[in-house]
Write a protein that binds this ligand. Structure first.
Ligand SMILES: NC(=O)c1ccc[n+]([C@@H]2O[C@H](COP(=O)([O-])OP(=O)(O)OC[C@H]3O[C@@H](n4cnc5c(N)ncnc54)[C@H](OP(=O)(O)O)[C@@H]3O)[C@@H](O)[C@H]2O)c1
Length: 337
């Protein structure tokens, strides 16, 4: 198991965690013991290892690092669960075995999607894309939707859902390879934020009628450039702030866009997927239908072995992942991917 060894000072590094061994314990009454098949790494984890207050409780030094996973039940002391059942939970932790209360897990039905997909396009990232776009963005046919971190776990799905809604989807990503993948997914055009000499102008070129929905996964300079290109009545979804990963503890000082917001009567909304629990089943069903009908593509970036957890997480913060980043354990051998 990986425990938090220290809070990062700026960008996290591998030595912020420590790999420890412990005995596998037995589940208590009405509990289950499960072993990990796939473990998720997600950008929100940066906020949970910050001494600064976030929207949820952080990890204490010496605690097992938090994280979601898909796992197989190996021992059950709960009448509704049997060895061999598959589960998905947000509370597995960076470890191979976990004792869980079944109230905190979702049953994985492999007929809906392969087990790993419950952490990606029919799991939290896909549901984030669905809820943020539909509930906050409210797309209208013909809208221009600009999406940052467009090739990532949330971005891949958001771009394809924007196309399903009849919108023009504009990708922002760090490399031409990622932008090529976005075009494969159906994005109309892409902007490379690293090679652009003037990002505001590049976005203006890609969005000649302005941005109706800005799906912001990053904050930082991409946010600043997009905010100068809003269309009348724009909806700005603040979904993620990953570009702040090396300065979480410092104030986020940048330009202000109050004139752009006022002139365009734009709505800027913070978004948290957990506020949309009542939409999870609908979102999952629609995403699974799209995928099973060949209308939703998805890339997953697998690393192998529990030892890879910090490295896999750091790949996200350094833009090195290609699609949803997961760690696969030896117990996942032979599963459909
Ligand atoms: N609010 C919610 O409920 C919720 C739920 C899920 C996810 N999120 C947020 O959504 C965002 C995407 O999450 P994800 O799981 O889909 O991750 P992801 O996009 O698969 O991976 C993270 C991506 O962030 C980009 N990135 C990293 N550092 C950056 C920087 N300094 N500037 C600009 N882009 C940077 C990289 O893409 P490039 O190669 O393009 O730079 C990287 O591939 C994150 O900010 C996450 O916190 C929010």
């Amino acid at each position: 198991m990986w425990v938090l060894a220290s809070y990062p000072d700026g960008m996290p590094v591998e030595s912020n965690w420590r790999l420890e061994q412990s005995e596998i314990e037995s589940p208590g009454d009405r509990q289950i013991l499960a072993r990990a098949l796939y473990l998720s790494v997600d950008p929100y984890m940066r906020g949970r290892i910050s001494a600064k207050r976030g929207y949820a409780k952080g990890v204490e030094i010496g605690d097992v690092m938090i994280g979601g996973g898909v796992a197989e039940v190996v021992e059950s002391r709960h009448p509704k669960w049997n060895a061999g059942d598959l589960i998905e939970t947000f509370g597995f932790g960076w470890q191979e075995y976990s004792i869980l209360d079944p109230e905190t897990v979702t049953r994985v039905d492999p007929n809906i999607g392969p087990p790993h997909a419950w952490l990606s396009y029919i799991g939290m990232p896909g549901i984030t894309a669905w809820c943020a776009l539909n509930n906050i963005g409210k797309p209208v046919e013909g809208d221009t939707v600009l999406i940052s971190a467009a090739s990532g776990a949330v971005g891949q799905v958001a771009g394809q859902l924007a196309k399903v809604a009849g919108c023009r989807a504009v990708a922002v990503a760090s490399t031409d390879t990622k932008l090529d993948w976005c075009r494969n997914l159906g994005y109309d055009i892409g902007v490379n934020y690293r090679s652009a000499s003037d990002l505001t102008k590049e976005i203006a070129k890609a969005c000649p009628d302005g941005i109706d929905i800005f799906f912001d996964n990053t904050a930082g300079p991409i946010h600043d450039a997009a905010m100068q290109n809003l269309a009348l009545g724009a909806r700005v979804i603040i979904c993620g702030t990953i570009s702040l990963a090396d300065k979480f503890e410092a104030p986020d000082i940048g330009e202000r866009f109050l004139r752009q917001i006022l002139v365009n009567r734009a709505q800027v909304s913070g978004f948290l997927v957990f506020d949309h629990l009542s939409h999870y089943d609908t979102a999952r069903r629609e995403l699974a239908d799209l995928a099973n009908n060949g209308k939703l593509q998805f890339k997953t970036d697998f690393m192998d072995g529990i030892e890879s957890m910090p490295a896999a997480f750091l790949k996200l913060l350094h833009s090195e992942n290609m699609g949803k980043q997961l760690v696969r354990t030896e117990f996942a051998k032979g599963l459909r991917e």
